[in-house]
Ligand binder design. Structure first.
Ligand SMILES: [Zn+2]
Length: 233
């Protein structure tokens, strides 16, 4: 087997990552990473059976497989600016198709909507800065989170708390939107699907979980206890 340290040294030499940097990465993957998990990749060559649809922000700092410690084939991932799920019928596009396909064709058993700290989309919304002229498409897209902004602004929070409150309120809102999708509503009614909202804290490396019953966010141990209690009930 080749020396993996070569891989790191070569890539660290790139101070300005360019296309060649990415090609080296892809090459390193084929040479060093793939052989270690060859059996897994071979088993995935012609079919996928992901257990979870993971909807999160396009932000480069959010790495779904890393923060959930899952392997290829486990997560069906949908990413967009602000981890938004338009309500059914309002904007039938990529996200709606992903939700429908994941639920009806792949039979995922969980859907997680994961927001994150320092989210640029939520900062933009919270600031109220008008981006309609510069980025009309982003502006139109973020209208799907407008209700979250209204709720947070009505609370008259101190400025330092507004963005995090927006991140959390947006999770509540997008979970509500998610439930308007017929495929989701149907599987929820049959108890064949669970949905959950997360917020990932980039600087702390921690995930907090939305407790829909209590209305707040809780730590993983608290969420685990609640889920076990619900399962036992
Ligand atoms: Zn974001």
């Amino acid at each position: 087997m080749s020396d993996k340290s070569t891989m790191t040294e070569e890539r660290e030499g790139s101070d300005q990552p360019d296309l060649l940097y990415l090609l080296r990465g892809a090459e390193d993957f084929s040479r060093f990473v793939f052989p270690d998990s060859e059996a897994l990749f071979k088993s995935l060559a012609h079919r996928q059976t992901p257990h979870t649809l993971f909807i999160t922000c396009a932000d480069s700092r959010v790495s779904p497989e890393m923060i959930t410690q899952t392997r290829p084939g486990e997560l069906f991932v949908c990413r967009n600016i602000g981890n938004i799920v338009p309500a059914y019928g309002e904007m039938l596009g990529g996200v709606s198709a992903v939700v429908e396909f994941a639920v009806l064709a792949l039979n995922v058993r969980q859907i997680v909507i994961c927001g994150h700290s320092d989210c640029g989309a939520m900062k933009g919304l919270a600031s109220g800065a008008t981006i309609a002229d510069e980025m009309p498409t982003v502006h139109a897209w973020l209208r799907n989170a407008e209700a979250a902004r209204s709720v947070v602004m009505a609370r008259k929070l101190e400025e330092a708390r507004v963005v995090q409150a927006m991140v959390e309120e947006n999770i509540r809102l997008q979970l509500t939107h998610l439930r308007t999708h017929p495929a989701v509503a149907g599987r929820l009614a049959l108890k064949q699907l669970q949905v959950q909202g997360w917020v990932y804290d980039i600087g702390q490396g921690e995930v907090s979980i939305f407790d829909e019953g209590g209305g707040g966010f809780e730590s993983i141990p608290e969420a685990r206890e609640r889920l076990l209690r619900q399962g036992a009930a």
